[in-house]
Design a protein around this ligand. Structure first.
Ligand SMILES: Nc1ncnc2c1ncn2[C@@H]1O[C@H](COP(=O)(O)OP(=O)(O)OP(=O)(O)O)[C@@H](O)[C@H]1O
Ligand SMILES: [Mg+2]
Length: 292
């Protein structure tokens, strides 16, 4: 499959790095493509079925979390969509119909462990997003409690870590507090569950939107694209971890000597199939479901 799926009958609302969003009037149609992004670049090579796997994982978590947080899903089948039979076939397994929300323009990151940009900042300043942390932590250390470390949603380029105060100033203290508390609550609930499956959720990113005056969980949730999942068995602080997410692709790109300036290298078949395998594996482990 190519990186692009096209639905000519539908009106494009927004094209993200991974998802294409179409305007259905009252609702949105979110289509998870097989595109993969790394370091905020879309790779030229798709990972077959990745969009379906992400959709299946998200649907599992939205349902798992429904008593903790309201979400954007609208239970509607493909039958009601104004698309051809051929297009319905292309959409199967990779779409969600969603409430059209005003996106709250922050990536709501929760970290239970020190990794990625959090680890980088800690090494420099002993803080993450301006939150001071105790001395002596190592790469991948478990934090004494999960922390909320928001980032901006950059229209272009890299999302930037910001302080919680910055978020409060931008959307108001009350809403910011509620979003922080909800993010931590859903992280805790999901992390406790994942632990019973032998998976550590090192960190994850949520998005929220306003709908009818309330904030609700939108986008994708707790997928290998939005989270670092580590196998509990191999966990050892003081180094980076083997992981179920696109770390494998990041490692390949790092090792390739690519200078992070386009064009982005094509992935070899072995990296593609290994990545697909990882995504399917985490689907099975977390949800107990086989790839549908
Ligand atoms: N219910 C919703 N209502 C409105 N917009 C939504 C909803 N759910 C998700 N979105 C938006 O749809 C887009 C999904 O695309 P994708 O995740 O591929 O984007 P992205 O490249 O990560 O870009 P962004 O930084 O804008 O999230 C995102 O911009 C997300 O904020
Ligand atoms: Mg996104």
């Amino acid at each position: 499959m190519s990186n692009d799926l096209e639905f000519k009958e539908l009106k494009l609302f927004k094209k993200g790095k991974v998802r294409d969003v179409y305007d259905l009037g009252e609702h949105l149609l979110m289509v998870a493509t097989d595109r993969i992004s790394c370091f905020d670049f879309i790779l030229p090579t798709p990972i077959p079925d990745k969009g379906k796997i992400l959709t299946q994982v998200s649907l599992f978590w939205f349902s798992f979390l429904k008593d903790t947080v309201e979400n954007h899903l609208v239970p509607m089948s493909l039958d009601n969509l104004p698309v051809s039979a051929e297009d319905k076939d292309k959409l199967k397994g990779r779409f969600m119909i969603a409430k059209k929300c005003e996106v709250i323009p922050f990536e709501c990151v929760v970290r239970g462990y020190l990794s990625g940009s959090g680890w980088k900042e800690y090494k420099d300043k002993q803080s993450v997003c301006g939150l001071d942390l105790p001395a002596g932590l190592e790469e991948s250390s478990k934090l004494s409690e999960p922390i909320f470390t928001p980032a901006t949603k950059a229209e272009e380029g890299h999302d930037e870590n910001i302080s919680f105060d910055y978020m409060k100033n931008s959307i108001g203290e009350e809403l910011a507090n509620k979003i922080r508390d909800t993010s931590i609550a859903i992280y805790n609930k999901a992390a406790d569950y994942a632990a019973t499956k032998g998976v550590i959720i090192a960190d994850t990113k949520f998005e929220f939107g306003m709908y009818n005056g309330k904030f609700i969980l939108i986008d994708e949730v707790l997928t290998p694209d939005s989270s670092r999942f580590w196998p509990k068995d191999d966990y050892q602080p003081g180094r980076s971890q083997a992981s179920f997410d696109k770390q494998f692709v990041r490692d390949y790109l790092d090792a390739s000597g690519w200078d992070k300036v386009p064009p982005v290298p094509v992935l070899p078949d072995t990296v593609v199939s290994k990545t697909q395998e990882k995504y399917k594996q985490v689907l099975k482990i977390l949800t107990g479901e086989d790839f549908a």
